[in-house]
Design a protein around this ligand. Structure first.
Ligand SMILES: Cc1cc2nc3c(=O)[nH]c(=O)nc-3n(C[C@H](O)[C@H](O)[C@H](O)COP(=O)(O)OP(=O)(O)OC[C@H]3O[C@@H](n4cnc5c(N)ncnc54)[C@H](O)[C@@H]3O)c2cc1C
Length: 317
């Protein structure tokens, strides 16, 4: 079922979460073990991230370094199928521009359509870790908007080969990313919102936000989206802090701020166990306030670990 229909049909705030595919070679059992404890809270959908290739350098016998391209977390499409097969839940694969040609994207979408997957979260993706800037595949897309265009066309039965007659249309519901603290490359929030509006105008039906730790940022973002004419559901993404070092790692990776009170409380913690308790308490507080505000769904970045998200869900759902 489409995310937009889940939202329309529910009178209450929905609960959902995001998982990462396991590292190559790890198998799927641990992933199932991280999903299982959260199923009692009846998530209507689970997101599965997509991870592009990375470059690693291996030293050869002759002493020279060889640059090797490797995907450390493959399996997004397979995991979506496995989740849908095992649980009564919609799996939402993330689809990224980086590392994909248009044709590879089309083929992936065909697989997803055959599997009965109704939703896709369309993203540009980040730069390869060892490279500073995002570089698209020579035959791929530059921005999430280009991906939206491709999926919208497929939803009308228009594939890359425009000579194809009577092609079966897909019917994907399209989600996109939004950034309450602005995307780090955007010169300012106004410009970022201009492109977010563009994504909605082109066919995006819902937004999932980057994590934030100060609800005020989300409330202001929703208000500014409204003023900019963006009228699709905006699902807040929340990440409970689970270790002391995350108060410096999360801002550097995700370009977000940690509020003073939270940063100080985590700094005062003796160990990660204490930090996790503070992080969970903060996320519960944030979640309760967001429910009161009337958000359509609370979406948690579980990082494939269930403990913290389960504690929060127990307090909320
Ligand atoms: C909910 C969520 C889930 C995510 N999941 C993944 C994942 O699974 N895998 C992964 O690799 N990454 C993931 N990311 C990270 C995301 O890929 C990065 O933040 C990436 O840098 C931007 O992606 P985007 O889709 O927001 O990009 P875009 O919407 O394409 O925007 C990128 C930048 O370009 C600007 N821009 C947008 N459109 C245009 C245009 N037409 N012309 C000029 N400028 C434009 C924007 O303002 C922004 O600064 C996720 C992020 C979020 C919030």
């Amino acid at each position: 079922m489409k995310i937009t229909d889940h939202i329309k049909q529910s009178k209450n705030t929905l609960f959902s979460f995001e998982i990462l595919p396991p590292l190559k070679g790890e198998g799927i059992t641990t992933l199932f073990e991280s999903i299982e404890p959260l199923m009692e809270f009846k998530p209507p959908f689970i997101d599965v991230t997509y991870h592009r290739e990375e470059f690693v350098y291996k030293k050869r016998e002759n002493g020279l370094l060889e640059k090797i391209s490797t995907r450390k977390r493959p399996g997004t499409v397979g995991i979506c199928a496995a989740i849908m097969n095992r649980y009564e839940v919609d799996a939402v694969p993330h689809i990224i521009c980086g590392g994909f040609s248009r044709e590879e994207t089309e083929n992936a979408l065909i697989d997803l359509d055959f599997l009965g997957i109704d939703n896709v979260l369309l993203l540009r993706g980040d730069a390869i870790k060892s490279e500073g800037n995002f570089v698209p595949d020579p035959n791929g897309h530059n921005y999430a908007t280009d991906l939206i265009e491709q999926v919208v066309k497929m939803n009308k039965g228009m594939y890359i080969d425009d000579e194809m007659q009577h092609a079966t249309p897909s019917d994907f519901c399209i989600g996109v990313a939004g950034y309450p603290e602005k995307h780090f490359e955007a010169p300012n929030l106004k410009t970022d919102l201009k492109y977010l509006k563009h994504k909605a105008d082109m066919g995006a039906e819902y937004i999932v936000t980057q994590m934030f730790f100060d609800n005020k940022k989300y409330f202001e973002f929703v208000q500014k989206c409204k003023e900019a004419g963006i009228n699709i559901p905006i699902i807040p993404g929340l990440k409970p802090i689970t270790s002391r070092k995350q108060i410096s790692i999360l801002p550097s990776i995700f370009h977000i701020d940690i509020p003073d009170d939270l940063a100080e409380a985590i700094e005062d913690c003796k160990d990660d166990k204490q930090a996790r308790e503070v992080g969970i308490k903060w996320a519960i507080q944030q979640s309760k306030e967001l429910v009161e505000f009337g958000v359509p769904c609370l979406h948690y970045y579980s990082m494939s670990k269930s403990h913290a998200v389960k504690k929060i869900a127990e307090a909320l759902f």
